[in-house]
Design a protein around this ligand. Sequence first.
Ligand SMILES: [Zn+2]
Length: 395
Amino acid sequence: MTGQPILYRGAALADGLGPQLRTPVTIAVEDGFVTGIFDGNDAEPAASATVIDASGATIVPGMVDCHSHLTLQGGAEWIARGADPTADLIDAAERNAAALLQAGVRWVRDVGSPRRSDAGDGRERALALGLRDRWRGQPGYPYIRAAGTWLTKAGSLPAGLAVEVNDADGLLAVAIGQLDDGADLVKLYLDGPEAGVAPWTADEVRAVVTAVHARGATVAAHGSGLANCRLAADAAVDTLEHGFAIDDDIAATMAANGVTLVSTLSVMHSWLTFGTTTTMERFTGDKSRSDISERLEMAEQSVRTAQRAGVAIATGSDFGGGSVRAGHLAWEVEALVKAGLEPWQALGAATWQGGAVLGDPDAGRIRVGGPAHFTLIHGDPLVDPAALWRVWRVI
Ligand SMILES: [Zn+2]
């Protein structure tokens, strides 16, 4: 089917590759692909073209959420939701998909979903893998890259959620098992059962990374404390998720080993809002609030340290597996700016840097010949990242 060419005329363009807004710009789209990007208002429309007056709007690339949990709904009781019945998890995922698209988040990297049976054949595997397969090519759904289930040293996460192992041989075996299940990446949970102690040696994790890479897949590693972040950096995983404790030495190792930081600062911003929107002591108590603020400050410092060392930074909302809701990735862009990134760098983290994490040169980029997955918003996101919330049209 050949569609009518569409011109989005006279907009501004912010692509996260530099600090300058390009305006006016006209973008031509045909059959779902970008066929032209013209400076000015007067791209010559074909007689059959539909012209959309995009004046005053800003075009941004579709965003990439590198840290998400499709089957979970988030909110202040996010941990409890992981034990919900399978049908509820699938329902949450459908709602999340709609919310993501509406917000202009077009690519999603799922970094952990409960292991259940949902295909009617009794086979158990991470739920996000089935969703990815069923949603592929369907209009109205984001592109999914999915890890399997969290892989942990026994006792690190609430019982029943993760695939737990006791030793390094077990870790390697379950990592390969996730790939056999169809996972695009493996999620290692590197916070161990004992706070402040890395659950594995760097050699043990490196062996998993080597084996996973040999299968053409990647490794995402959750790490929050210093010992856990150091382990991820030393083991040369593909991404360090959260990375709330990065010192100069860890940052230098990450840069040397090509480890991208996937930031999830908005989780702690959301906890601070729960100080007034819930009556839960863990968010409302004076001590809780100051602990959260302190943790956020340390995480912001880690982002600055990583950036100074030349570490690539991509964004994650941690929706579902944390308290943030699907589609709220703009919060992370705001949080990165608050942490010290320039707005264009934070937009880049949420777009093309995320595409680099996915290994997809089209994800988070607008280019002639590429898919027309962009969003028209209001305001200048290169000055004020809150503009990303003001979505007018999702293309
Ligand atoms: Zn997570």
